[in-house]
Write a protein that binds this ligand. Structure first.
Ligand SMILES: *Cc1c(COP(=O)(O)O)cnc(C)c1O
Length: 460
């Protein structure tokens, strides 16, 4: 063993190898040295554990260094194949942008732009204008602004309208969204007090009326986007709350959560209110996410009465929460598709995935199965149900088609799941009833061959 340890090559001995010289041309000397050290440490540990009988050839060791360098150079943020069927998958980046939105991001990112420049007047412009007009035209709102995400939107709204006062909300709507964003905590952070009214399952008009006092600054309605209270329930309609707001002179604020611009009833998704409905009902301010059902980039859209939005634009928090040019480019391109609902359905992946007819999904599943069979991987097509989203549209399952990849005796279902998930471009499926399933609703057919090749490679 001592002899083996003495024979471990020195770091400098690696530098003569052409493969290491090639690495050094692309990475800093410190990084290359670090990879060599790690390979040597591993070798030393192997010797001490009695697992290494002879020092591998230099060529083999250099190969290990290059493999380690490659593994370390893979970005941790990278594309995956989503075989879960969950269209809005919180952990997988929610949805995908449209081609047009992605192109717009690239164009704006690579160039100087009119972000805050008015080329007509030759002077400073406003970054709000790039999406404000379009948002107002699509929804009928008087005014609009966009911040980093919907959590930020809620903070800015409450901080502007209700600081130092009370906000009345129904007990049935005290939502917690993933990442410990809780309505009560957000209120505290914004310097306002939450006044809960009603019970978990029922809130009446008189509950709101009794709670109003001279400290009340706003009435807040929150869309329970990640849960539903079912059974013996009652809550006030938005119209009732708006009427109460009018009577008492209090602004009515709504956190819509997902905020769809199209009626999702047509895809079999129920009870998801549209943004246009909120504006028509007369809410003073409404906010929603850009990257949930809208299918755009991460953003928080705020719409409503001009007097309130103007105050928000001037609020000190607005600067801290503002969006960058890439977000504005993607949002503007996404919104422009909504000028024609059919175009939106075709172009925006989130909508296209929800709208895919069952027969199309079945044909796609059959195509994936054939691709697998051609590479010697057994598979069968199976009818399944997919949830629309993790944190959005909670109780809704859409009928779909999936492919069960059958490892047979070659490997366990769990090992198959892990091996595919550990690919450089991970394939994420799900295991259900001891089957490994890939739901084709969320898979681009262009990836079927990649999936089949990966499955054939990992199966022994
Ligand atoms: C998702 C959601 C939020 C947070 O939105 P982000 O854009 O993720 O910050 C806030 N409120 C409701 C009701 C939501 O569903």
């Amino acid at each position: 063993m001592r002899q083996l340890l003495r024979n471990i090559p020195k770091v400098t001995e690696f530098f003569d190898d052409p493969s290491i010289a090639e690495l050094k041309s692309r990475h800093t000397p410190a990084a290359v040295t670090e990879w060599i050290r790690r390979v040597l440490e591993e070798l030393r540990a192997g010797i001490l554990a009695g697992q290494v009988a002879e020092i591998p050839a230099m060529e083999e060791l250099c190969g290990r260094v290059c493999a380690l360098a490659h593994r370390d150079s893979i970005p941790s943020l990278r594309p995956v194949v989503n075989g879960t069927g969950v269209v809005l998958h919180t952990n997988l980046g929610r949805g995908c942008l449209s081609e047009r939105a992605a192109d717009a991001v690239r164009d704006i990112a690579r160039s100087y732009s009119t972000l805050e420049y008015d080329p007509g007047a030759g002077c400073r412009g406003s970054r709000h204008i790039h999406v404000e007009q379009l948002l107002c035209r699509l929804t009928g709102a008087e005014s609009a602004m966009v911040v980093n995400n919907n959590a930020a939107a809620v903070m800015l709204i409450l901080g502007t309208l209700a600081q130092g006062g009370e906000v009345i909300t129904s007990r049935g709507e005290l939502v917690e969204i993933g990442g410990s964003f809780r309505v009560p905590d957000v209120m505290e952070l914004c310097g306002c007090r939450l006044r809960e009214v009603g019970t978990t399952n029922k809130t009446h008009l008189y509950d709101y009326e009794r709670a109003i006092n001279e400290d009340t600054r706003a009435l807040l309605k929150v869309h329970t986007s990640n849960y539903r209270i079912v059974g013996f329930t009652e809550s006030l309609s938005l119209e009732d709350i708006v009427a109460l707001g009018r009577r008492t002179g209090l602004p009515v604020v709504q956190d819509l959560g997902s905020g769809s611009l199209v009626d999702l009833e047509r895809y079999g998704i129920h009870d998801e209110p549209t943004v246009q409905h909120s504006i028509r009902a007369g809410v003073d301010v409404v906010s929603f996410s850009g990257d949930k059902l809208l299918g755009g980039p991460q953003a928080g859209v705020i719409l409503g009465k001009k007097e309130y939005i103007d105050r928000m634009k001037k609020h000190p928090l607005a600067r801290a929460l503002r969006v960058d040019k890439m977000t504005l480019a993607a949002l503007s391109a996404t919104l422009s598709a909504y000028q024609d609902t059919e175009r939106a359905e075709r172009e925006i992946p989130v909508l296209a995935m929800l709208a895919t007819p069952r027969e199309t999904l079945r044909a796609a599943a059959e195509e994936l199965r054939q691709a697998l069979l051609r590479r010697g991987v057994e598979a069968e097509v199976t009818a399944e149900e997919s949830p629309v989203g993790g944190g959005s549209v909670p109780t809704q399952l859409l009928p779909t088609w999936a492919v069960a990849v059958l490892p047979g005796g070659r490997m366990s279902v769990n090992a198959l799941e892990e091996a595919l998930r550990r690919r450089e471009r991970p394939i994420v499926g799900r295991i259900s009833a001891e089957q490994y399933l890939l739901d084709v609703r969320t898979i681009d057919p262009a990836d079927f061959v990649y999936i089949a090749e990966a499955a054939a490679e990992v199966l022994p």
